[in-house]
Design a protein around this ligand. Structure first.
Ligand SMILES: [Zn+2]
Ligand SMILES: [Zn+2]
Length: 107
């Protein structure tokens, strides 16, 4: 019954790919152990971060925010992430080095 309560905390669902750019379809889940919480991928078991339990929700939120600040390269398909940015207009792909203009203007 305690386990059910934990499930109802409403942590954000953050895809592993969004959090770290990993080539993975999994999502991060919070695994509590004592005072700490591991943010673990439910598919590949990668530990993305370990934070104090009270920081787990905020850290997931920060990771989820990167979704806004990420863009997929049209040249090679690599996901580029930009921590700290809210709007991207252009970037150089970290995989293939091609310049990518991100334009949402409609003629
Ligand atoms: Zn994964
Ligand atoms: Zn690329």
């Amino acid at each position: 019954m305690l386990a059910m309560a934990k499930d109802e905390r409403g942590h954000m669902i953050v895809p592993h790919e969004v959090a770290t750019g990993a080539d993975c379809d999994g999502c991060l889940i919070v695994q509590e152990r004592g005072e700490l919480a591991d943010l673990v991928c439910n598919v590949c078991d990668a530990v993305v971060d370990t934070v104090p339990i009270e920081r787990a929700g905020a850290t997931l939120m920060e990771l989820a925010c990167r979704e806004i600040c990420s863009a997929r390269c049209p040249h090679c398909g690599a996901l580029n992430t930009f921590p700290g940015f809210t709007v991207i207009e252009a970037f150089i792909c970290s995989e293939c080095g091609e310049g990518v203009a991100v334009s949402r203007l409609v003629q």
